[in-house]
Design a protein around this ligand. Structure first.
Ligand code: ZN
Length: 267
C-alpha cells in the first residue's frame, strides 16, 4: 500500500514515528505551519520555526527516505495578536522560495474572531500576491460551521486564486458540502478524541464521493495517531472498498492536488 500524509506536524513527532510511517507505505509527508502547543513570544520564535520546517525537518525526514514539504503562515490561534501577526506576515516571503514550500497554510479561523478574520484576509492576499496554493484550518465543534462559511466567503473575495488550488481541512459531515459546492478541495482529519474516526471519514466519502478530497492524521504534539491514514485503509477494506478506491483517497488525490505546486516532485 502507498499513501501520502498530507497534514502532519512532524516537528512534534519522534524518529520512531517516521520509521513506522515509511514502513506503512508513506511516500511523502506535508507539514503545515501551526501552533506549537504554546504561544510563541515574538516574531523571532516564528522565524526559527519557519527555518525548522523549511531546513531542518526535511533533513530529518530524509534520513527515513521520506520527502518532506511544508506550508507557511502564522496559525489562527496565535493571530489574535495582530501586531505579532503583521510581523510574522512580513517575514514569510523570504521563505516562500525554499524548495520544500507548497503554499500558505494552515491559515483559517480558531474562534471566528474579528482579529483572526483580518489576519486570514492578509494571508489570502499574500497567497494571491505570490501565486501560492492555500491550506485552511477550520474551527472546532460549535464554531466549525459558522467558521467554514466565513472562510469560504473570504476566499470567494479572491477569484484570482483558483479554487482548485485551495484545500479546506478538518471538514466534517456538516461542512463538507459547503466546501465542495464552492469548488474547493476538502480534507478530513482522523483524530482520536475530536474530529473524525475512520468510520465517519469513510461514511463521508461514501456519501459525498471521492473527488477533490483527502484524509490526514494531523498528528501533532497532542494525543494523535501518525498512522491514522493507513489504519483507515484497513477500515475501508473491511467495508468492501477495493484497492482502487483506497489508492485514490490515500495517494492519487493528495498527489494530484499537491502536484499543482512546482515544488512537489512527482513520486
Ligand atoms: Zn494541523
Amino acid at each position: 500500500m502507498r499513501y501520502i500524509e498530507p497534514h502532519a506536524h512532524m516537528v512534534s513527532r519522534t524518529t520512531d514515528d517516521y520509521e513506522r510511517m515509511v514502513t506503512s507505505g508513506c511516500q511523502a509527508v506535508i507539514e503545515p505551519a501551526f501552533w506549537a502547543g504554546f504561544d510563541r513570544s515574538s516574531a523571532q520564535g516564528f522565524y526559527d520555526y519557519l527555518r525548522q520546517i523549511t531546513e531542518y525537518e526535511p533533513r530529518r525526514a530524509a534520513k527515513y527516505l521520506l520527502p518532506h514539504y511544508c506550508w507557511l503562515c502564522i496559525n489562527p490561534k496565535e493571530s489574535e495578536d495582530t501586531v505579532l501577526a503583521d510581523e510574522v506576515l512580513s517575514i514569510i516571503p523570504e521563505f516562500i522560495g525554499k524548495p520544500n514550500v507548497l503554499g500558505i497554510g494552515e491559515i483559517g479561523l480558531n474562534k471566528n474572531s474579528k482579529n483572526e478574520l483580518a489576519v486570514l484576509e492578509k494571508h489570502i492576499q499574500l497567497a494571491a500576491d505570490h501565486d501560492q496554493m492555500v491550506l485552511v484550518h477550520t474551527p472546532h465543534l460549535e464554531d466549525k460551521r459558522k467558521g467554514t462559511k466565513l472562510i469560504v466567503d473570504a476566499l470567494k473575495n479572491h477569484p484570482e486564486i483558483d479554487p482548485a488550488k485551495i484545500i479546506i481541512d478538518h471538514v466534517e459531515e456538516h461542512t463538507v458540502g459547503i466546501v465542495k459546492d464552492a469548488g474547493f478541495w476538502a480534507g478530513i482529519t482522523l483524530y482520536p478524541e475530536s474530529k473524525c474516526t475512520s468510520a465517519r471519514a469513510t461514511d463521508i466519502l461514501e456519501i459525498y464521493g471521492t473527488e477533490q478530497i483527502w484524509i490526514n492524521s494531523a498528528c501533532d504534539w497532542g494525543h494523535s495517531n501518525p498512522l491514522a491514514v493507513p489504519q483507515t485503509a484497513l477500515h475501508m477494506r473491511r467495508r468492501g472498498h477495493d484497492q482502487e478506491f483506497i489508492d485514490k483517497i490515500l495517494f492519487k488525490n493528495p498527489h494530484d492536488f499537491l502536484s499543482q505546486s512546482p515544488n512537489f516532485k512527482a513520486l
